[in-house]
Design a protein. Structure first.
Lengths: 344, 135
């Protein structure tokens, strides 16, 4: 936490968050006077997900995701809480930058979708071509912008050139200068209604999906694929795939265990909101599932490190994933039932 | 084998010692969730493996360029962690042409206007684009 000043001269408190999109969205709400935590936004935006997309390759590796598609978290959270947001994409980089300056000079803080590779204030390990990183711009400074990056502990400076490149990067999921700021936010939003809608939506996405690659079915699919991967791909390539899964689970701003801990934090907050013992129980269950995901990550890391323990095998890693799938399925079924009984 | 192990250990420490920690959710003693900044071990290992893989790949390509098997464009594309499709979009050149330009004999004959598109897309100077670093 550290305080800053926005272009309008208002104080802005930077909160360190685990995930970029929920962090940026909650920063925009907080700036308008709605105290809302990152995990709450994450839950209301239905951020938790699972998907394994073998047909979309990214630097030669299939994509495994533990979160919903970039952009949907913000859109859903804004809609359910009832805020009116200005959102726009631009064809011309020049126009996009001019608009950003204009909006900043009006005293708004602005959320932007950027490419994380071209933001040079990040150290090397963060930087890879990913077009869904969200940041909050506070004000313009000499040849650059003051940026509150939710993933970092403190606000940083960003050069104009970097910013333009990052906003208008090309490739999959192009941000095309996507920019959003709050125009009008209700001061006392009905969080209970928003939570119920979000929980139902999350259960639908995880349980009732027509595609075999997403939700609980996706988890089972990936688990089976992981078990057979060393025979099919060879040990080295299988290790790379496994490392990629662990990286997606732990590294890219998930708050640990592929967003499962963050969702448990949301369930805990929701339990307080509804004074519901059942939700509190589910939060504990989600934490336990997160611990199994962590264990999966540790087993995978041991396989990758080739620590020589014969008990750490791909079968064990895949088995842990299957356990996660089974327990998460039960959890979301329970959550679906509970969400239907809650009163707004 | 032992030397290699130490090398990856060093890499883990090196890439995570930059003073910019990420936040992780964690249970505290009262059962409440709080944020902490210690990266889990599994993350360090997988991140180090991927980065080591990228570096090794880049080094291999650098040697291939020096041996005349690949064009310097291939090296710079890999350095920016792009693939031909992304570079094609960023430079505004058709994908099949970008793939052709990865061959050294074709890259050597490129016009300045085409090279300038690549320098802009990859954010390198013209001299850098035509060569690869010596080490």
């Amino acid at each position: 936490m550290s305080s800053e000043v926005t272009a309008a001269g208002k104080p802005f408190i930077h909160h360190h968050s685990a995930h970029c999109e929920s962090g940026a969205t909650s920063a925009l709400f907080r700036d308008k006077g709605v105290e809302i935590s990152e995990s709450m936004i994450f839950g209301i935006g239905s951020g938790i997900y699972f998907g394994h997309l073998p047909f979309i390759k990214w630097v030669g590796l299939p994509i495994t995701t533990f979160r919903s598609r970039p952009g949907t978290l913000f859109a859903k959270a804004a809609k359910r809480i009832g805020g009116k947001f200005f959102t726009k994409r631009y064809h011309s980089a020049k126009k996009g930058m001019a608009e950003l300056r204009r909006v900043l000079s009006e005293g708004h803080i602005v959320g932007l979708t950027t490419n994380i590779y071209w933001l040079t204030y990040f150290p090397n390990r963060f930087r890879f071509q990913f077009n869904g990183h969200n940041i909050v711009v506070l004000r313009e400074i000499e040849n650059g912008f003051r940026v509150s990056d939710p993933v970092l502990e403190y606000p940083v400076d960003c050069l104009t050139e970097d910013m333009e490149r990052a906003r208008f990067a090309r490739g999959p999921l192009e941000p095309r200068g996507f920019m959003y700021y709050a125009e009008n936010v209700p001061l006392n939003p009905d969080l209970r209604l928003a939570c119920i809608a979000a929980m139902k939506d999350t259960c639908k996405m995880m349980l009732r999906t027509p595609f075999p690659f997403v939700g609980i079915r996706g988890m089972r699919y990936l688990a089976k694929k992981t078990i057979s991967s060393p025979d099919k791909l060879g040990f080295k390539e299988a290790c790379r795939r496994l490392a990629n899964i662990v990286r997606m689970q732990e590294e890219v701003g998930t708050g640990g265990a592929g967003f499962r801990f963050m969702y448990a934090a949301f369930l805990q907050e929701a339990a307080d909101l509804f004074a519901s013992a059942e939700l509190s129980q589910l939060s504990k269950e989600m934490t336990a599932i997160g611990d199994i995901w962590r264990e999966f990550a540790v087993v995978s890391a041991r396989i990758i490190k080739q620590r020589g323990q014969p008990e750490e095998t791909f079968e064990k890693a895949g088995g842990l994933m299957l356990i996660c799938a089974g327990r998460e399925e039960q959890l979301f079924r329970d959550l679906d039932k509970i969400a239907r009984t809650l009163k707004a | 084998m032992k030397a290699q192990k130490e090398l990856t250990m060093e890499l883990e420490d090196e890439i995570f010692n930059d003073g910019l920690p990420k936040a992780y959710y964690k249970h505290n003693d009262n059962g409440q969730y709080v944020l902490e900044t210690n990266a889990p071990w599994a993350e360090k290992v997988s991140c180090a493996l991927i980065i080591a893989g990228n570096r090794a790949n880049l080094e291999e390509i650098r040697k291939a360029v020096l041996a005349g098997q690949k064009s310097p464009l291939c090296y710079h594309m890999e350095m920016r962690q792009m693939d031909p499709g992304m570079l094609a979009k960023a430079a505004g050149i058709a994908g099949f042409r970008v793939k052709r330009h990865l061959r050294p004999e074709i890259f050597a004959k490129l016009k300045l206007s085409v090279l300038n598109r690549y320098t802009k897309a990859l954010r390198v100077t013209l001299e850098e684009l035509k060569t690869v670093p010596n080490s």
